[in-house]
Design a protein around this ligand. Structure first.
Ligand code: PAF
Length: 293
């Protein structure tokens, strides 16, 4: 496996590759959820080579967010990528991705970015769109993987790629969960044991939403209240616990489980008072026999 640090190294490596290529964009601190992307690129899209980018993108973090304490684990990340059969890891510097000599060219995110994470993290999706476009231009992949765990990000990138006619196929990767249901996330390592135990209530609340829908509940407010109550009962602070249309992420008047998704952002507070913000989601038909991933 090659380790590439610069645009030039990446360009030379890419030019020499024969066959199809998948890009797995990450910010590092890799866990099994990331590694599943490499398997999905091969299994779903049959690509010949996978290239993992490991880049902690500063433009998608706002002031006061957790850029400074985001885990940096490049040595372990490289081992995991090599073991998973990656052809290369592109781990550039900030200046390599954002050359100081170039005037910035913001990429405006689509409408689906405006609410939920976009409303709480004002520049987040503009930063995601910009770095994803840069990575796609540099790597020129046939396939790019995005996880369902960051569901709004997946919708945003899908909309951007469609609107800008970017010639790449998105492979959606199902969320990988811990045995108690907690979605794998690089941020989970900031949870102390008590907060870690309580954090599994996020998945419980999402399951409860899907079960209410499966029993015929059609009032979105009833389902949202049930999720919020369950989070609070487990000592979690809900940032939002909502049901939305699964493509536009707009509010719905009545639930159609086949077309709706439940989304949660919640804070788990450690005993030292530090807070860890976690997000997760589940299609509302997840509790019906023909459940989606
Ligand atoms: O999902 C992430 O890890 C990041 O948002 C991404 C897509 C790698 C862009 O920095």
């Amino acid at each position: 496996m090659k380790l590439l640090h610069t645009a030039e190294e990446l360009g030379n490596f890419r030019d020499a590759l024969q066959g199809t290529v998948a890009l797995v964009p990450t910010m590092g601190a890799l866990h099994d959820g990331h590694i599943a992307h490499l398997g999905a690129a091969r299994a779903v899209a049959g690509v010949d080579h996978t290239l993992v980018s490991v880049f902690l993108n500063p433009t998608q973090f706002g002031p006061g967010e957790d850029l400074g304490r985001y885990p940096r684990t490049l040595a372990q990340d490289l081992e995991r990528c090599a073991a998973a059969g990656a052809a290369a890891v592109y781990a550039p510097t900030v200046d390599d991705v954002y050359p100081p000599s170039l005037p910035p060219c913001p990429v405006g995110p689509p409408a689906v970015a405006h609410d939920l994470e976009g409303a709480r993290r004002p520049d987040h999706f503009a930063g995601v769109c910009r770095v994803v476009m840069k990575l796609l231009q540099r790597v020129r992949p046939d396939v790019v993987t995005f996880g369902r765990k960051d569901y709004q990000q997946l919708c945003v990138v899908q909309a951007m790629i469609q609107d800008l006619f970017v010639p790449v196929r998105i492979v959606e990767v199902p969320t990988v969960r811990e045995p108690d249901g907690l979605a794998m996330s690089s941020r989970n390592r900031h949870l102390d044991p008590d907060a870690r135990r309580r954090a599994s209530a996020i998945h419980k609340a999402l399951r409860a939403a899907a079960e209410l829908a499966a029993r015929g509940e059609t009032d979105p407010h009833a389902v949202e209240s049930a999720m919020t109550d369950l989070l609070h009962a487990h000592g979690l602070e809900a940032d939002y616990a909502v049901v939305r249309h699964d493509q536009s992420l707009t509010r719905v008047d009545a639930l159609d489980p086949a077309r709706c998704v439940a989304l949660i952002a919640a804070h788990a507070v450690n005993t030292d008072g530090s807070r860890v913000r976690l997000i997760d989601n589940l299609p509302l038909d997840a509790a019906t026999p023909s459940a989606r991933a």
